[in-house]
Design a binder for this molecule. Structure first.
Ligand code: TXA
Ligand code: MG
Length: 319
């Protein structure tokens, strides 16, 4: 098998109707999609990604009305969040209905629902009479793909088709929210900043898993990692620590011209955190193709999408 890269929605539709898996573009990262109501099709996703079955998948739908077919009730605060940020980089954990097979949720009674904001994938969802479950389209544990080429580089031999929707505009995965005891909880930092969520839902609780035995399956500590060693922190002292080696830099807007980096990646020369997030995963991947011993990343400002960037850098870093 060698994946075809194309922007033909009809072809993607035909494959999905046939129980095949297809990579799809979203505004966050590319997903690897299957008919969420067809357990055998969903199993192919786990196989292609080498993903453990205890890690549940997100179900993508075209609208809030569509979501209601697959969940029991939507608590008012979560409904407000969905109405405000959908389509967009938000995933909401809700009690599932029985039509959603257990393989999708790893046997949990909740399902993650998301309305992605990408014209091709919204057109695809509108053309299908089933929802699409899709994890990020990368081998388990690796950096998520933000272009069709990234997907091709790693999964071309394992999937038939990549729906090409260009570079992902947001570049980090969706923010995952749910409710516990009448409180809105954020489980994964992502494309919608906490500050934006709190404007709608009030103060939220953060339950971002830090350990190797997370409460939410799949929110593993080591994740999103490139093959090259990565260290996050104060750039000057890390550069001194590793000075005999070939160093690569990931910075926000600073160029650190006084340090002899072999490769410099400045995520946003103008200091825009959204732009930085959109470039992050592409830059993390780029080091694996270069002859770099150590990547040094600075800590980003802990606000807006800077928090999601720091979260991904910390998870990608060498422990
Ligand atoms: O932006 C995104 O969310 C992308 C695009 C493709 O939509 N998808 C994505 O999927 O990041 P994935 O599978 O790579 O990450 C989903 C995370 C996993 O950590 C999984 O454990 C968690 O969501 N998750 C999914 N359903 C869950 C549930 N019912 N309860 C707890 N965690 C859940
Ligand atoms: Mg993923």
């Amino acid at each position: 098998m060698k994946a075809i890269i194309s922007n033909n929605v009809q072809e993607a539709k035909a494959l999905l109707q046939n129980g095949d898996i297809v990579a799809i573009p979203t505004e966050t990262v590319y997903g690897l999609a299957a008919n969420a109501l067809n357990a055998a099709a969903v199993a192919k996703i786990f196989e292609a990604k080498n993903r453990p079955f205890f890690d549940p998948l997100i179900v993508h739908v075209a609208s809030v009305e569509e979501a209601e077919k697959y969940v029991q009730t939507i608590p008012a605060p979560l409904l407000r969040l969905m109405q405000t940020f959908s389509p967009g980089p938000l995933t909401v954990l809700l009690k599932k209905k029985d039509v959603i097979p257990d393989i999708v949720t790893s046997g949990l009674d909740t399902v993650g629902i998301r309305i992605p904001n990408h014209p091709l994938t919204l057109a695809l969802l509108a053309a299908l009479d089933f929802p699409l479950c899709a994890p990020s389209a990368n081998p388990f544990g690796y950096v998520s793909p933000t272009s069709a080429q990234h997907v091709f580089n790693q999964l071309a031999d394992r999937i038939p088709f990549i729906l090409d929707g260009g570079k992902c505009a947001v570049g980090v995965e969706s923010t995952i929210v749910g409710m516990e005891n009448d409180e809105v909880v954020v489980y994964r930092l992502g494309g919608i900043a906490i500050e934006e969520i709190e404007k709608i839902a009030g103060k939220v609780k953060l339950t971002i898993s830090q350990g190797s035995n997370p409460k939410a399956p799949g929110m593993l500590d080591v994740h999103y990692a490139p093959s090259t060693q990565l260290h996050v922190g104060d750039v000057g002292s890390l550069a001194t620590q590793f000075q005999a080696l070939r160093l690569g830099l990931i910075s926000f807007s600073d160029t650190y011209t006084d340090i002899p980096f072999v490769q410099r990646n400045i995520l946003s020369p103008t200091g825009n955190l959204n732009e930085a997030a959109a470039n992050l995963f592409e830059v993390l991947r780029s080091f694996d193709e270069k002859n770099i011993d150590i990547i040094i990343a600075e800590t980003f400002p802990e606000k807006g999408l800077g928090r999601a960037i720091n979260d991904r850098l910390r998870r990608a870093s060498t422990k």
